[in-house]
Each structure stands twice: as structure tokens, then as C-alpha cells.
Write a protein that binds this ligand. Structure first.
Ligand code: GLN
Length: 483
């Protein structure tokens, strides 16, 4: 099959050149072939084919269906699907069944997309390599000795290997953009407040955003049409016009001003990655964009601020896993013993590390010195971007300072792992939207280009990404079968 874009798949479904059952069967076949090695999925749902058949039946009857009806999609294991297990990659929730649908899940169901399974992730979305999953790591489809990035590594690897054309992940500090970059696909972190967090397991509530993965920016934009929008179940969602449908997005960058932050091309960044990113920026310049150097002076403090705010919020969010209400419960029958043992046995090392860091940062005497200071730095980082928007329409930079590394390489060095988030976490701190697109290969592995812009200006990111993808074919290069 040479079908590539969602638009083409949708047309083929509409004109009955292909059925949803065929699409889902093909998706399951690729999963069966590749998942034993890649381990992108933790579970494949056995009702997917029946759902596809039902959608085909309704289509044959002439029912008007959503353009994406019948298309397979995968969900990260921290997004609730009623009646299915949602484990967040943790032993703690290994047997936890979701009692309700996340808002994004109900929107996908209303549009009749077929959810084929749940994808692997770093435990509670803490990590940059998917190696922190209780269920074992996911491998990179380009090189199975390497990590896919994380924490949404399962979703990114599932799309990159052709198992599904679409997947959802969550992005708190880069967890969709960084694996998208390392796996050679497109990933978007929407503005905080564009997509409902209801039914997403909370990691750091002021940073989390459910985020799509796809093979092109156009496909991301189609998926956003389904999941975005105000939701009474999440008071932080904004009342807004929806983003434009992709067919209405102009495909040129003429006259747009793009800022290259000088703090983002620092020592320690892979030279080959830098070269690819500079080439991509050159391409945008040739296409008529004006490239300017800009400064985001508080960038050197972003990592420290993030790794205080994120663990602080996570430590309080994860307080609910106490072995009593739900989740893993130890055999210990004493009150304190049962808390201690359930949490000691149920959580992995990285989760414990962050709970300790976060609890420390919030504790009396240290709150002002650490947590409060970090929130002040966060405000400064937001102001840096506000200043930049006075000069340019968007920022363009790398997504990750390096390509996919070897499995195990950074497991003993948490700081080295944290450093791979250096270019992504500022967008979460500043609550702005950011997009990663493939822009070539370094050391034979994919490199990602990142765009960031003002809050709620996703349309501009689509325009930049779609124009770039109309000029290049990096996004079409994928390992293995393409649906
Ligand atoms: N890698 C980052 C972290 O470990 C980002 C996580 C995320 O976005 N969920 O915190």
C-alpha cells in the first residue's frame, strides 16, 4: 500500500477503495511483526477489529462519518480508556482499570477513530528514553540497539515503524517532541490549555499537555481538530476558536521572521545535529523567511527550574498512590508499613528519586530557596519569550542536542538524561506551543527541528511545518512498512 497522508487514507475510506477493517488488520499485522522486538505497545486491544467492522457497516449504510472515522490510533499508557488497563508504565498501576474515558478518548471515540492499544512509556512519564518503564524498554525503529527517546517512546516508535499512522502521548518537558525527534516523526506540544487534561494521569499539572504524534504536520493538524477545545472537566482549557483545518493553512513562509536563539547552540551539542539544523534553517531562508539571531537569556536556568517544579508537582500528584485507594498494595498489614511498602515496591527508582527531590523542594525552610525561586525563574523564561515575540514570529532551533543514544548508556547518569531535555522544557515552562519535525540524519539517525511561537498560535506552527515538509521529504523516510 502506498497510502501516505491521513487525507489520502480518509479519501480511500470514503470512496471505499479500502475498508477500516483492512486498515486495522494491516496495523495489527505490523504490530505483530515488529512489536516483539520494538516493544512499542504494552497491550493491543482485542476489540479493535470488531470496531472497524462496525464502522465499515455504518459507512456502507451511507451514514455520514467523521473524515478520520475508521483510522487506527494508539494511546500512551497514561491516557484513560474506560474499562482498559492504564498503568502509566508502572508496577503501581499494573492492574488498574480506567473507570472512565479521558476527554481526548471520548472525542476520538465520537469521531470513530479505532484505538488499537496502549503504548509503552517511562514510568509516570518520568524519563527521556522509555527505559524507566516497569514493562521493559522500547527500542528505536531505526536502530534497535538504541532508545526511542521518552517518555512517550512507545507512541513515537509505533508511528515511526508504521504500526499506526497516529498516536497520542503527553508532553510535560518534551516527552512527545524529543521521541518524535529521535524516531524521525512529527510531534506537537500544544499550548497549555488547548487540549483537556481530564483523564490524563497527572505528572506536573502546570506543565502537562496531551500531545499528538504523526507522520506529517498536516496529519498532526487533522488529529488536533478532533482532540482540542474547551472542556468543562478541565478548568484550565481555554475557550477558543479551533485551529485551522490543514487545507486552509498557507504553505509559504515568505516574510515570516524566525528567531534563532543564540543560547541554543551551545557547547556539548552534537556538531552533526547542529549542521542539519542549520541546513534546515537555510532552507527556510531560501523559501523567503527572514532569519534573525535572538536571545533567551534565562535559558541556562531552565533545566534547573524545570527539575524543581516538575518533581515538586509530581511528588504531590503521586501522593494518591498509597496502597489503599487503588493500585499496588503490599502484604504489610500495619498502617505505616503498608504505605511504606506499597510505595517502595510499587514505584521504580526514577519515580522515587523525583518524589524525594520534589518533597524536599517543597518542605518548610526550603520552599523559598528552591520551589519559589524556580517559579520566579519560570516567570523570567516566559518574559524572555514575550520579548522575542516583539522581534520575530517564531523561534526555530533543535529539538534535541543529540540523536538516539544506546540503550543503557545514560541509565546510571540521571543528569546526562535530564540534559537531553534542554531545548524542549522551556516551551512547557512558558506554556507556549512547540512543534518538532524531522530535518535529516546525523550518524544515520533522525534529527529534529523545533519551532515555537506565541500562546495559541498553533496555526503558525502548522504553516511553518507544512511549508518545510513541502520542501523536503525527511518526514517520508521511515523504517519499515508504511500503511
Ligand atoms: N524527560 C522529561 C522528564 O523526565 C520530560 C518528561 C515528560 O515530558 N513527561 O521530566
Amino acid at each position: 500500500m502506498s497510502i501516505q497522508t491521513l487525507h489520502e487514507i480518509s479519501e480511500a475510506l470514503e470512496t471505499k477503495k479500502i475498508s477500516s477493517e483492512e486498515l486495522v488488520t494491516e496495523s495489527l499485522r505490523v504490530i505483530e511483526e515488529k512489536n516483539p522486538n520494538l516493544h512499542a505497545f504494552i497491550e493491543v486491544f482485542d476489540d479493535a477489529t470488531a470496531q472497524a467492522r462496525e464502522i465499515d457497516r455504518r459507512r456502507r449504510k451511507g451514514e455520514a462519518l467523521h473524515p478520520l472515522a475508521g483510522i487506527p490510533i494508539a494511546l500512551k499508557d497514561n491516557i484513560l480508556v474506560q474499562g482498559k488497563i492504564a498503568s502509566a508504565g508502572s508496577r503501581m498501576l499494573q492492574n488498574y482499570r480506567a473507570p472512565y474515558d479521558a476527554t481526548v478518548t471520548s472525542r476520538l471515540k465520537e469521531a470513530d477513530l479505532v484505538i488499537v492499544g496502549r503504548t509503552n512509556m517511562d514510568e509516570f512519564a518520568m524519563g527521556s528514553s522509555t527505559e524507566n518503564s516497569y514493562f521493559g524498554p522500547t527500542k528505536n525503529p531505526w536502530d534497535d540497539a538504541r532508545v526511542p527517546g521518552g517518555s512517550s517512546g512507545g507512541s513515537a516508535a509505533a508511528v515511526a515503524s508504521g504500526m499506526v499512522p497516529l498516536a497520542l502521548g503527553s508532553d510535560t518537558g518534551g516527552s512527545v517532541r524529543q521521541p518524535a525527534s529521535l524516531c524521525g516523526i512529527s510531534g506537537l506540544k500544544p499550548t497549555y490549555g488547548r487540549v483537556s487534561r481530564s483523564g490524563l494521569m497527572a505528572l506536573a499539572s502546570s506543565l502537562d499537555q496531551i500531545s499528538p504524534c504523526a507522520r506529517s504536520v498536516e496529519d498532526l493538524a487533522w488529529l488536533m481538530q478532533v482532540i482540542e477545545g474547551q472542556d468543562p472537566l478541565d478548568a484550565t482549557t481555554a475557550i477558543l476558536e479551533s485551529t485551522s483545518v490543514p487545507s486552509l493553512i498557507p504553505q509559504n513562509v515568505k516574510g515570516l521572521r524566525l528567531g534563532v536563539p543564540k543560547e541554543y547552540f551551545v557547547e556539548g551539542m552534537d556538531e552533526e545535529v547542529k549542521r542539519k539544523v542549520m541546513e534546515a534553517i537555510g532552507k527556510l531562508e531560501q523559501a523567503g523567511a527572514e532569519i534573525l539571531e535572538v536571545t533567551l537569556p534565562h535559558t541556562p536556568y531552565a533545566l534547573a527550574a524545570y527539575y524543581l517544579i516538575m518533581p515538586a508537582e509530581a511528588s504531590s500528584n503521586l501522593g494518591r498512590y498509597d496502597g489503599l485507594r487503588y493500585g499496588y498494595a503490599s502484604q504489610d498489614q500495619t498502617l505505616v508499613g503498608s504505605y511504606e511498602q506499597s510505595r517502595s515496591e510499587g514505584f521504580g527508582a526514577e519515580v522515587k528519586r523525583r518524589i524525594m527531590l520534589g518533597t524536599f523542594a517543597l518542605s518548610a525552610g526550603y520552599y523559598d530557596a528552591y520551589y519559589k525561586k524556580a517559579t520566579q525563574v519560570r516567570a523570567k523564561i516566559t518574559q524572555d519569550f514575550d520579548e522575542v515575540w516583539k522581534r520575530v514570529d517564531a523561534v526555530v532551533c533543535p529539538t534535541s542536542p543529540c540523536v538516539a543514544w544506546k540503550l543503557g548508556e545514560k541509565m546510571e547518569d540521571p543528569l546526562a538524561m535530564y540534559l537531553s531535555d534542554i531545548y524542549t522544557l522551556s516551551a512547557n515552562l512558558a506554556t507556549i506551543p512547540a512543534l518538532s519535525v524531522p530535518c535529516g540524519f546525523a550518524h544515520d539517525l533522525p534529527v529534529g527541528l523545533q519551532f515555537m511561537t506565541r500562546r495559541f498560535n498553533e496555526d503558525l506552527l502548522y504553516r511553518l511545518g507544512m511549508t518545510y515538509q513541502s520542501l523536503t521529504d525527511w518526514h517520508r523516510q521511515m523504517p519499515g512498512v508504511i500503511l
